[in-house]
Design a protein around this ligand. Structure first.
Ligand SMILES: [Zn+2]
Length: 347
């Protein structure tokens, strides 16, 4: 689930593969590594998924949302591009519906095993059963204290959009842990777990192939949503996100071709990591300037993004604004006071 905006435009040479695969198509990245796209019914209209040759079958990384067109696309690709070999394993980078949506369906259809981090697996199963924003006094308080409207709260609590876009998950899974080496076919992939965009996002680095399957951890031009959410109202995901960038910078060399979950494969991971942090630094400065006089989170969000959002997008935008406010509070650059049950932030 993403609220993404363009940050930096890169020179052409950064993107060696300029034509993404269409429906029922794959693009060969390296021996035994194929790239496909699953269509999404969103403004961001695709997710990149990858097929890794896995002995006498294939391992899938990320899956798409549970729609008929996305399921048909998978069936056609397995029939036409997988050498009559089945999908044996499904790796999901994190629990957002565009990534996990068809994992259960693929595992059930092909008797494949599911591999996820523990938090992302458990979180997906909870969301499937209970929705993302069960109302409780503290959830309602979170919306009120952030000055979000009842409309935003209602938009979130009256539908379980997760349930609509994610197929039932298997009752068992195989846990991925940070630094674990995963053997897939002839290659070893290092599991890198990071926080900020999700609780335990998995990305995969292969030294032999010089490839990094980055999920939503590193994207070439848009930035991943980093939000305080109603189920963890006092969290500081932007601080987690900064740490995540340090972790990837230390463990993934600049030579890799990055295989991201959205947009095009690209070179230049280290520069991109720095650019995203620069983007957040700029945004932090802007928040400090906006808070020269005390304001609530919804007003700060409106001034920060300067665009209209629907209720769910507004929830993500306020969440992203709060992520910046919480980091600034940690740094002692913003103070928060409670007035008439609404938090006011002052720099
Ligand atoms: Zn995501």
């Amino acid at each position: 689930m993403t609220l993404k905006d363009s940050v930096t435009l890169y020179p052409e040479k950064v993107f060696p593969l300029k034509n993404p695969p269409g429906d029922n198509e794959v693009v060969d990245i390296a021996p035994g590594v194929k790239w496909l796209r699953s269509p999404l019914p969103l403004s961001l209209d695709h997710i990149n998924c990858y097929l890794l040759k896995d002995g006498d079958g294939w391992c899938v990384v990320d899956t798409g949302m549970n729609t008929k067109s996305a399921r048909d696309n998978w069936l056609a690709i397995v029939e036409q591009h997988c050498d009559n070999l089945p999908i044996k394993r499904v790796i999901v980078t994190h629990q957002h519906p565009d990534h996990v949506g068809l994992a259960g369906w693929l595992c059930e259809s092909f008797r494949a095993r599911l591999l996820m981090s523990e938090q992302e697996y458990l979180c997906s199963r909870v969301y499937l059963n209970y929705g993302q924003a069960d109302s409780s006094w503290e959830v309602e308080e979170f919306f009120k204290r952030s000055a979000m409207s009842q409309h935003t709260l209602d938009g979130l609590t009256t539908s379980n959009s997760f349930y609509d876009s994610v197929s039932a998950l298997p009752g068992s899974y195989h846990q991925l842990n940070d630094t674990q080496i995963l053997t897939i076919g002839d290659n070893e992939w290092e599991v890198i777990i990071t926080r900020g965009h999700a609780q335990a996002h998995v990305s995969l680095y292969c030294q032999a192939l010089d490839l990094y399957i980055s999920g939503d951890q590193v994207l070439p031009r848009i930035t991943s949503n980093v939000s305080v959410i109603s189920s963890a109202p006092e969290s500081s995901p932007l601080t987690d996100w900064y740490e995540a960038h340090d972790i990837v910078a230390q463990r993934v060399p600049d030579s890799v071709l990055v295989l991201p979950a959205h947009e095009l494969p690209f070179y230049g991971v280290q520069q991109r990591l720095r650019d995203v942090i620069d983007h957040h630094e700029e945004r932090l400065e802007k928040v400090i300037a906006i808070c020269g006089t005390s304001k609530n989170a919804q007003v700060i969000t409106n001034l920060l993004f300067e665009k209209e959002f629907d209720s769910f997008q507004n929830y993500l935008a306020v969440g992203e604004c709060l992520a910046h406010l919480h980091r600034l509070m940690e740094q002692g650059k913003i103070t928060r006071t409670l007035e008439s049950d609404v938090y006011l932030y002052t720099s």
